[in-house]
Design a protein around this ligand. Structure first.
Ligand SMILES: [Zn+2]
Ligand SMILES: [Zn+2]
Length: 254
């Protein structure tokens, strides 16, 4: 006979975790109960206004803020000189403040609650822009196996899957593969970062990309070197147009 102190059966926790996943009732950032109208995003309106979501002029190529003087936009000084192989980059926000905290949480977000909420926010804000691109297939920047194991979550793949559902486009999350171990990028100069990644990725042999318009999804864009290498191999496999979508663009430096 189970006594009064017996733990509830394992499935009860699993069941309530499952229900929370389907109907998350608390804000992912401040954990306050959500009003009915806020449940769709899993984010309360207070927290949403705190997010550094891009509503300023950005470089269409690398999504960095474009400086302007007297109302005239100047050329982007972030990607100048870089050989970026993707056609454009779109970022939901800037990698700072609350958005930075949430993006960092997606890295270990096994259940995908935060990741899905950010994907949905991206869809809400960028829907028109993404639909206009007539994307044929969505993919994700590949992650090293050991890192996936270490973190327990593959945020880029989760994001790609969610956005593909919204776009009603196929998701080929495993299309890009890592073919060699790359030495860490930390401490390398910008040109060295681009060189360091050459030959890192390949497109799986079973994918046929003739003239496809591809969306690559990642969590953060810093130099763009990784996404550029992904775009390079996608083009070599036949892609006609490559867009990069990230949750956050690093604000400066990098
Ligand atoms: Zn909140
Ligand atoms: Zn730029």
């Amino acid at each position: 006979m189970p006594g009064p102190l017996t733990k509830p059966p394992w499935w009860r926790d699993a069941l309530s975790a499952g229900l929370d996943l389907v109907f998350p009732a608390k804000c992912i950032a401040c954990y306050r109960d959500l009003a009915d109208g806020q449940r769709e995003l899993s984010l309360c309106s207070d927290c949403e206004t705190k997010l550094e979501l891009i509503d300023w002029r950005v470089c269409p190529r690398c999504a960095a803020p474009v400086p302007s003087t007297n109302g005239v936009d100047l050329a982007c000084n972030r990607c100048r000189g870089d050989k970026l192989r993707f056609d454009r980059a779109i970022a939901l926000g800037s990698y700072e403040g609350l958005l930075r905290q949430l993006v960092m949480r997606t890295k270990a977000d096994r259940q995908g609650v935060v990741t899905r909420a950010l994907a949905d926010l991206a869809w809400q804000r960028l829907r028109e822009q993404l639909l206009a691109l007539r994307i044929d297939v969505v993919t994700a920047v590949p992650m090293h196996r050991w890192r996936r194991w270490q973190r327990g979550a593959n945020a880029p793949q989760m994001l790609a899957r969610r956005l593909a559902e919204r776009l009603e486009a196929p998701c080929a999350g495993e299309m890009l593969r890592l073919v060699r171990n790359v030495p860490p990028q930390v401490g390398l100069s910008r040109p060295a970062r681009f060189r360091n990644l050459a030959g890192e990725m390949a497109v799986g042999a079973s994918y046929y990309l003739a003239a496809a318009r591809v969306l690559i999804v990642d969590d953060i864009l810093t130099t763009g070197a990784t996404c550029s290498e992904a775009a390079r191999v996608l083009r070599r496999a036949g892609a006609a147009d490559v867009t990069v979508l990230v949750l956050a663009r690093t604000p400066a430096g990098g």
